[in-house]
Design a protein around this ligand. Structure first.
Ligand SMILES: C[S@@+](CC[C@H](N)C(=O)[O-])C[C@H]1O[C@@H](n2cnc3c(N)ncnc32)[C@H](O)[C@@H]1O
Length: 460
């Protein structure tokens, strides 16, 4: 077996033939698949072997001997080390094609039924794919006596400070630097686990793309006595910061940003984002898409595909702050918005009231449980926008009890979408699948699918 002759750190020359479902390049070494991050189809590379499995190798690029014409110089190399924004090495146009290919690869892998490729449309992208992120969550560390926000390097603990990241809204980058300087001045230091000194573990900044209002949330390991003065100095320097929170935790290792132990240090509890001529009032913890411009395209596409009727009763599942309900409420008789997270539910209720929408009922529940308890005979359409884990078979079983005529599935994970389609396509027909670039310069692929109840089954 060839993989028995290969050792870690061996250099092998391969040609990249295609992309895998995570956007990695795949080539073959004596018929053994080799997965290489950041390698592009058509490239001939020398790769260094990093892991050996019975059926595949993992390797890093050592040298690119023949470059793809779609390769770009990376814009922000510190992110390459962190494994974030790992699509910055290809032209934007090519990245849109790659995202469609990632989706097709996932369907080929998980869906038995033949899917007609013409149903999978070209990826809808952004005209200006930089400066899109409306929310940034970053840990903080003390480096050479100064507080710095950054990210951890891929597969390790090395901390890499980040500045001026072009995908963040530029004002967010400015505020990160202001907070760093003020932290140094006020001795409001990053928490150090070794000697339990300092206070702050991480910070979340959310800035409304449309109103410019900013909300800052600090995650603290303990109370800082000078926090009122620090906050006063921060909002004096940044009058656009209208909401400041401190969240407290005692779990250093846990990957969380929000807890139930918090205080509103300054200003309002929510900030306003406006899309579709509607105002969304967002608590720090409430879910809202990171890319406001693409979110608008995403919800409009869902609405267009659904082609709803005034008599329709519909479900907006995994509703977050209920933007989908807001976009479709005027088209239908009734919407049930189902969301598990309390603060997203609070944001949804506040926003619906503010926008004078009366035909949406928000239910705080797990979606599957809510379907079991819902006292409604007919559901005409269901919108889903689940987390990366997708729907799963048990939830699909509940959905199939209602057999809505249409399903409109917003997905942020091609693999779980494909696994769900494998189950759903026994009862539904895929009419259209549209990849959307919600996260430019990352390999993440968002998509919207329209599924219609198969007519051959309806008559059974
Ligand atoms: C990808 S977000 C989509 C939110 C919203 N549709 C939007 O576009 O802003 C997924 C949402 O599902 C919620 N969620 C996660 N698991 C859930 C469950 N089992 N039942 C209901 N909601 C859930 C999360 O809290 C989150 O708000």
């Amino acid at each position: 077996m060839i993989n028995e002759q290969i050792k870690i750190n061996d250099l092998i020359e391969i040609e990249i033939k295609k992309l895998g479902i995570n956007g990695e390049g795949i080539g073959y070494y004596h018929k053994l698949a080799v997965f290489v991050d950041n390698a592009l189809p058509g490239e001939i590379i020398t790769a260094k072997v990093t892991e050996i499995f019975p059926n595949r190798l993992l390797a890093d690029i050592e040298e690119i001997k023949v470059k793809s014409p779609d390769r770009l110089e990376v814009m922000f190399p510190e992110y390459e080390l962190c494994g974030a924004y790992s699509m910055q090495h290809v032209t934007y146009e090519k990245s849109l094609q790659i995202k469609r290919d990632i989706l097709i690869n996932a369907l080929n892998r998980y869906v038995d039924k033949k899917i007609v490729y013409s149903k999978i449309k070209q990826t809808i992208g952004m005209n200006e794919p930089l400066g899109y992120r409306n929310k940034v969550s970053l840990p903080v560390r003390k480096l050479e006596g100064k507080n710095k926000f950054g990210l951890y390097a891929k597969g390790g603990n090395e901390f890499i400070p980040v500045n001026d990241t072009p995908v963040h809204q530029p004002r967010i980058n400015e505020i990160i630097q202001i907070v760093e300087t003020l932290m140094d001045q006020h001795k409001f230091h990053a928490y150090i686990q070794k000697d339990k000194s300092g206070y702050m573990k991480s910070m979340v900044i959310r800035r409304s793309y449309t109103t410019g209002e900013v909300q800052v949330s600090f995650l603290l390991m303990k109370k800082f006595e000078g926090i009122a003065k620090f906050t006063e100095a921060l909002v004096a320097q940044c009058p656009d910061i209208v909401s400041v929170f401190a969240f407290y935790t005692d779990k250093y290792k846990e990957q969380i940003f929000f807890t139930n132990n918090y205080e509103n240090l300054f200003g309002k509890a929510t900030i306003n984002e406006k899309i579709n001529h509607q105002t969304f009032s967002l608590y720090p913890e409430a879910f809202f898409q990171l890319n406001t411009v693409m979110a608008d395209k995403f919800y409009n596409k869902m609405r267009e595909l659904a082609n709803l009727q005034p008599t329709d009763v519909v479900i907006d599942a995994y509703a977050g702050s209920a933007p989908i309900s807001h976009y479709i409420a005027k088209d239908v008789k009734k919407v049930y918005a189902i969301e598990i997270d309390q603060r997203s539910v609070q944001s949804a209720i506040l926003s619906l009231k503010r926008n004078n929408i009366k035909n949406v009922t928000v239910i705080q529940s797990d979606f599957k449980k809510a379907l079991k308890n819902l006292e409604v005979d007919t559901i005409d359409a269901m919108f889903f926008d689940p987390p990366r884990t997708g729907l799963g078979y048990d939830t699909i079983k509940q959905i199939l009890k209602y057999k809505p005529k249409k399903l409109i599935y917003g997905s942020c994970n091609p693999s779980t979408l494909a696994k769900d389609l494998e189950d759903l396509l026994k009862t539904y027909e895929l009419k259209s699948l549209i990849p959307m670039d919600m996260f430019p310069y990352t390999p993440l692929v968002e998509s919207v699918s329209l599924l219609e109840l198969r007519t051959d089954l309806e008559t059974v």
